[in-house]
Design a protein. Structure first.
Ligand code: FMN
Ligand code: SF4
Ligand code: SF4
Ligand code: SF4
Ligand code: FES
Lengths: 815, 429
């Protein structure tokens, strides 16, 4: 601790703390424009000057560390004069178009001018007359208002690891721009917009929508991934006009990704359902709630009567709240006597849960968002975490960049993480198990593993399996060099605090349960417990959904229900298996053959179109509820919008249906329901007991002469499942599916960038996509994002069985 | 008087250079321990010739003391300041001197790589340097095993892109790394975290060119040249209204009067001296009454200016000082990197006020305004560029206040600027 004095107050701080940080932490405000908690000090604006006794110059407090015994003054007449001059200088060229600037009312420059002004402008000079840059999606730039604090440039490069913006030109002509003044083409996270202290950066969706003082603010949990960021919504007249991150608020502390910042508008999509629909003479027609629910109750009873409860199943949703899913389970068990309730987690998150149960004997992992910052070696396996879990992924980047952690990325696809990594193991698609087995084998060979592991059950079996994965053999399987494997092994062995990261997304087909098991074996071999695993669940309420639906006894799982051919009736709540489940043809056959398909949803999905009854539900923002994200801690979601049309919360639909079926589902109030739902999931206390479960490298299909390319599907940073494709904002940033193909594979087939290609699978199906020729995928692999319904990517994908990676082999031709 | 910097070598051939004792300093350095070389440089009292006059031996000691490796030698050949063209003389006439100096520095710092950051306009010098470098490689002074010592050292030339700020050492490093050239926060200083985060010494061309002599002849001999507090020869590029403009190698501490009247042949066309800028455009102007000042770091500072690069700019009685000031500020405005507010916005403001004074639109109070703005820039900018601009203005005001007042009252008495009518046309196209 260092002791010093600010404005007569004795203060202590850790070494390396800057004067500004120390002052702010002690409630002393020093004006500043270019400093941001997340960034390295820059010292450009010169507003944060302070006087330190004994120094002949003023010091920039943002970039001067405190020293013992410093006597610091932050408010003196001389400083006031210097700051006034800086402000005056900033205002000389400023357009002062506050009346038409969306930032007015929350603009740092305006506030400071108010505090230190009024300045009689002693000089009037030409203002800038740069045209606004409006060509890019989502983000607009107005160089005339820019005060060149450089925060946008630095947040993009230093914090996001992107570097889409820079300062170009010199002196007064300096401006913020993408390279060569091209149109901005970036991740569209919008972090730069939030960072901008003035109105020089803004979002298209908010432009000229409101003055800030007319809006209400509401914090809510982002509905997309499991990070559970807090997004601060600005509301006016019952509409969300924008979403922002706010410094220090929520677990994300102000960071948001493209989805969290721009994806809120899905809720006002024109595809929203407003009334119940009932199939009459083959067509879905609007119906009253009474009519629709009575029909549903009657048909469910009839089917139960005719085929027994086992013929009825339900799919819950990771998009719906804990309460909604809890109610679905209750409805199925109490009203219908069926235990067949599952969700899409089966295709993704369940892989890791099953693996956790087998290796550590626990069923959930509560993650610490900041855990990567405490690791010294981070191993990421076939996961584009900065796309699937952007704000969590940033921590891995920060650990490497700021804290010098070793970042080892094993992935065939180039990603932001691989670009920043210390070691990029560019393995062949879906060979994560071979690689990890190879690493384990290298560890055992070099005697670098933790000796406690020898006593762990299954060690001998593991050793036996690893015989077949000698580093040289594993290198061949995974397509990397033996040296690379040994290198990664010794880095991991030397780690004091290693972390193993991956995500098991339902639309990713390069990893299976086996991949999760291998990763866990590796952790155990290095003497680590579940705390070393960074395996985030996929969506905002994936963990909550899984905990609710898997609590107690369970019946058929989602794969059995959709591909098993035994179902007569399905109740599908907030899920769209026609688009989001693999092997679309079989899914369509199953759904088409049902005697009753009930769909509760917020919009008219492809699945809803097949239904006999469609029930309109309220969405995020229109209802209260709870999400359980990666931290395992329940987070409340807040109602801040009114329901659309006749939509009501899913739990209410089910309660009403239950009443019609004469069962009391005990949900008189939301609060009561919520309490019992949470009590149900919060009870579990688990302790880990490691066991080795050796696994073999296996994939569902492998490439051959007829189908020579491996077809991987996955996620984009701008989207989340298929839900975000109805967000106009996100759609404008990432509007379409495409097929990434390596230049050599493209050349061999005479495929050109942006030309259409036909992708055919072994199952006889084919889809058409635009080619994106890029070396972001290696030779032999093609990749398509799985979000877009119209692209029908899932015609070619396969449900996974037996824990292998469900990757498919395809043939690609010019279309 | 010994001349060891501009000892003109015929055809710049390496053979001539060797015959004149070239590369003997390197040979001697290689026979010494790196630490001994640094000791010798410290003893020599050599101070950096890039402008700030920082003791070179001390800089090297800091870099050598940092445990990180590799280390780099960066030669600052950006020379972009108006009035300064001394490094060019060395590059044109004696490039091997620089290469030898860098190799000595390389040995002292245990560095294996050196970069010459060359001003973007010095294309001819680029060719000269590259030829000299390949000669030196061919003769075993650079490369894998220099002079059979088993040591490795090589030099690359990196051409700048025309920004003055890239002469500032941290901006130079950013630019070398391929980034936008903008000064970095110090600390960490380049000696601890420079190029690619490695310990790096940035030295001026002339500084490095002093080394062969120091090592060959010994610090003991070197300290007897020039000023005891700041020994050695100094290059003085003299420009402006003198009979013989050019670069003069003279002992440190030679007076301004001697430089102007003896070496440069006095004021052109028999006119009288009105003002002199002693050390490049960032050095405040001096009136004729102060030209007996010895040209060394300490003495010039005592007169309220600075030795800087030693670039002597001479102005005769017919020169309009407001015009000079305006021209200087045009330079600073154009060359401000744009990072910090006072410099980016302030230089333009100052230039604007000077422009209106020169074009008969000056207002009452403009002198006080110039002073006030300059004082509020001073000390508050991120790097010395902005300080230099403010200091220049304050210097002109201190010694030529009357002339500014006269301009505001009655307009410019010197008539139109025939040298550059474009700039002074009040209605600019
Ligand atoms: C704006 C600015 C421009 C500079 N330009 C040069 C230059 O062109 N050449 C140079 O050697 N030093 C220049 N310097 C000084 C360098 O920052 C640095 O002090 C010098 O290269 C150190 O070398 P020395 O120790 O050998 O003098 C400049 C400094 C500033 C602030
Ligand atoms: S939106 Fe994100 S990626 Fe794009 S420029 Fe801004 S910070 Fe960079
Ligand atoms: S656009 Fe905004 S954040 Fe970027 S430099 Fe300008 S004022 Fe700063
Ligand atoms: S999608 Fe995930 S990372 Fe992005 S804002 Fe929402 S919770 Fe945060
Ligand atoms: S906040 Fe310190 S210089 Fe900008």
């Amino acid at each position: 601790m260092i002791e010093f004095v600010i404005n007569g107050k004795n203060i202590q701080a850790q070494p390396k703390t800057t004067i500004l940080q120390a002052a702010l932490a002690n409630g002393i405000y020093i004006p500043h424009l270019c400093w941001d908690r997340r960034l390295l000090p820059y010292g450009g604006c010169r507003l944060c000057l302070v006087e330190v006794e004994g120094m002949h110059k003023f010091l920039a407090s943002c970039s001067t560390p405190v020293k013992a015994g410093m006597i610091i003054h932050t408010e003196t007449p001389k400083l006031e004069k210097a700051r006034r001059t800086v402000l005056e200088l900033l205002l000389v060229h400023h357009p002062l178009d506050c009346p038409v600037c969306d930032k007015a009312g929350e603009c740092d420059l305006q506030d400071l001018a108010f505090k230190y002004g009024p300045v009689a402008s002693r000089f009037a000079d030409e203002r800038k007359h740069e045209p606004e840059s409006t060509a890019a999606p989502l983000i607009e730039r107005n160089a005339n208002r820019c005060i060149l604090c450089g925060k946008c440039v630095r947040i993009c490069k230093e914090h996001q690891g992107v570097g889409a913006l820079n300062l170009i030109g010199r002196g007064f002509k300096t401006k913020v721009s993408p390279a060569f003044e091209e149109t901005l083409d970036c991740e569209f996270c919008g972090q730069c917009v939030d960072a901008c202290p003035v109105g020089a950066l803004g979002t298209k969706s908010y432009k000229f929508r409101s003055r800030v003082w007319f809006m209400d603010e509401q914090e809510n949990i982002c509905p997309y991934c499991s990070v559970g960021c807090t997004s601060v919504l600005s509301l006016r007249d019952g509409q969300i006009l924008r979403a922002r991150g706010k410094d220090g608020v929520g677990i994300s502390k102000g960071d948001l990704c493209p989805r969290g910042r721009f994806g809120f508008d899905f809720i006002e999509s024109e595809h929203r359902l407003s009334t119940p629909l009932l199939r009459k003479e083959g067509k879905l027609e609007p119906a009253s709630w009474q009519e629709a629910l009575e029909f549903t109750a009657r048909r469910l009873a009839e089917i139960k009567e005719a085929h027994g409860p086992r013929a009825i199943g339900a799919l819950g949703s990771e998009r719906c709240s804990v309460e909604d899913n809890y109610m679905l389970k209750k409805f199925m068990v109490l009203s219908l006597g069926s235990k067949n309730v599952d969700s899409r987690t089966r295709l993704g998150y369940a892989k890791q849960v099953e693996a956790l149960k087998k290796t550590f004997g626990i069923s959930r992992l509560a993650l610490d968002l900041d855990a990567p910052l405490k690791a010294d070696v981070i191993f990421v396996l076939e996961s584009d975490l900065t796309s699937t879990h952007p704000v969590y992924g940033l921590k891995a980047l920060a650990a490497h960049r700021d804290l010098k952690a070793t970042l080892i990325v094993a992935d065939p696809r180039e990603s932001k993480l691989s670009r920043w990594s210390s070691q990029w193991l560019r393995i062949r698609p879906a060979t994560g198990v071979a690689l990890v087995n190879g690493i384990m084998s290298a560890l055992i060979e070099a005697d670098l593993f933790d000796k406690k592991a020898e006593a762990v059950k299954g060690f001998d079996e593991l050793k036996k399996t690893l015989e077949r994965y000698k580093p040289s053999a594993a290198a061949v399987m995974a397509g990397v060099s033996e040296l690379d494997i040994r290198h990664a092994a010794s880095a991991l062995a030397a780690a004091k605090n290693p972390m193993f990261m991956a995500c098991f997304g339902s639309s990713e087909n390069t990893k299976g349960e086996g991949t999760a098991l291998a990763l866990m074996d590796l952790a155990i071999l290095l003497g680590r417990g579940p705390e070393a695993l960074g395996l985030p669940p996929e969506f905002a309420n994936t963990m909550g959904t899984q905990m609710v639906l898997e609590g107690g006894e369970t019946g058929l799982d989602a794969v059995e229900m959709l591909y098993g051919g035994q179902m007569k009736a399905l109740v599908i709540m907030g899920e769209n298996p026609v688009v989001t489940f693999p092997d679309t043809t079989r899914v369509m056959n199953t759904l088409g053959g049902l005697e009753l398909l009930v769909v509760q949803d917020i919009m008219m999905t492809a699945t809803a179109k097949l239904a006999h009854v469609v029930l309109p539900a309220s969405g995020w923002g229109e209802k209260e509820g709870t999400f359980v994200g990666m931290t395992g801690k329940p987070q409340k979601i807040v109602k801040c919008l009114s329901e659309i049309g006749q939509g009501i919360p899913d739990w209410k639909i089910l309660r009403n249906l239950g009443r019609l079926m004469h069962t009391d589902l005990d949900a008189k109030s939301f609060a009561g329901l919520s309490a019992s739902a949470l009590a149900d999931i919060e009870q579990r206390q688990e302790t880990a007991h490691p066991v080795f479960i050796p696994v073999e490298q296996e994939t569902r299909e492998s490439a051959d002469g007829g189908h020579p390319l491996l077809f991987a599907t996955g996620n984009l940073m701008q989207h989340s499942g298929s839900l975000t494709t109805i967000s106009n904002n996100l759609d404008s940033a990432a509007p379409d599916a495409y097929l990434q193909i390596n230049p050599s594979d493209a050349d061999a087939r005479r495929i050109y960038n942006d030309s259409f290609v036909k992708v055919s699978g072994r199952n006889g199906e084919a889809i058409y996509l635009k080619a994106r020729v890029t070396d972001e995928v290696p030779q032999g692999m093609v990749f398509a994002p799985a979000h877009f319904a119209h692209a029908k990517v899932n015609l070619l994908t396969l449900p996974s069985k037996n824990g292998e990676a469900p990757i498919a082999a395809v043939k690609v031709d010019p279309a | 008087m010994t001349r060891y910097l501009l000892d003109v070598v015929e055809n710049r051939s390496i053979g001539e250079y060797e015959r004149a004792g070239g590369y003997q300093g390197l040979g001697k350095a290689l026979s010494m321990e790196p630490g001994q070389v640094i000791e010798e440089v410290k003893k020599s009292g050599l101070r950096g010739r890039g402008g700030a006059g920082f003791p070179t031996g001390m800089k090297w000691m800091f870099a050598a003391g940092d445990p990180k490796s590799p280390k780099y030698i960066a030669c600052n050949a950006d020379e972009g300041e108006p009035g300064t063209f001394k490094d060019k003389a060395i590059l044109d006439e004696n490039p091997h001197l620089l290469i030898e100096g860098m190799a000595i520095a390389g040995h002292a710092l245990k560095a294996e790589l050196g970069y010459i950051y060359l001003r973007g306009e010095y294309l001819k010098e680029k060719d000269i340097l590259e030829t000299a470098i390949s000669q030196a490689r061919a003769s075993g002074y650079l490369g894998e095993n220099i002079m059979g010592s088993g040591k490795r050292f090589d030099v690359h030339v990196h051409l700048g892109a025309g920004a003055y700020i890239c002469g500032e050492e941290t901006a130079l490093i950013d630019s070398l790394e391929g980034k936008r050239g903008q000064p970095r926060l110090k600390p960490p200083f380049p000696v601890n975290s420079g190029l690619w985060g490695s310990p790096t010494i940035v030295n001026n061309v002339e500084t490095l060119a002093n080394l062969p002599f120091i090592v060959r002849e010994g610090a003991g001999r070197y300290v007897r040249i020039g000023d005891p507090g700041c020994p050695g020869n100094k290059l003085f590029p003299v420009s402006g209204h003198v009979e013989r403009p050019g670069v003069y190698e003279l002992p440190m501490g030679t007076t301004l009067r001697e430089i102007i009247y003896e070496h440069a042949g006095g004021i052109k066309n028999g006119k009288t001296l009105k003002a002199v800028i002693p050390g490049g455009i960032s050095a405040p102007v001096l009136p004729p009454g102060l030209i007996d000042c010895p040209m060394d770091f300490v003495s010039v500072q005592k007169q309220g200016s600075m030795l800087g690069s030693g670039g002597v700019m001479v102005f005769d009685e017919d020169t309009c000082i407001v015009r000079v000031a305006h021209r200087a500020l045009e330079f600073f405005e154009r060359e401000s990197c744009g990072k910090c507010t006072p410099c980016r916005e302030g230089t333009g403001w100052l230039r604007g006020i000077l422009e209106r004074i020169e074009t008969r639109q000056g207002r009452e109070g403009d002198i006080r305004l110039l002073e006030d703005v300059s004082k509020n820039i001073t000390g508050n900018t991120f790097c010395p560029l902005g300080d230099g601009a403010a200091a220049a203005v304050l210097g002109f005001l201190m010694h030529f206040r009357e002339e500014f007042a006269e301009h505001i009252k009655n307009g410019c008495p010197f008539g139109p600027d025939d040298l550059n009518p474009y700039h002074y046309n009040p209605v600019q196209p």
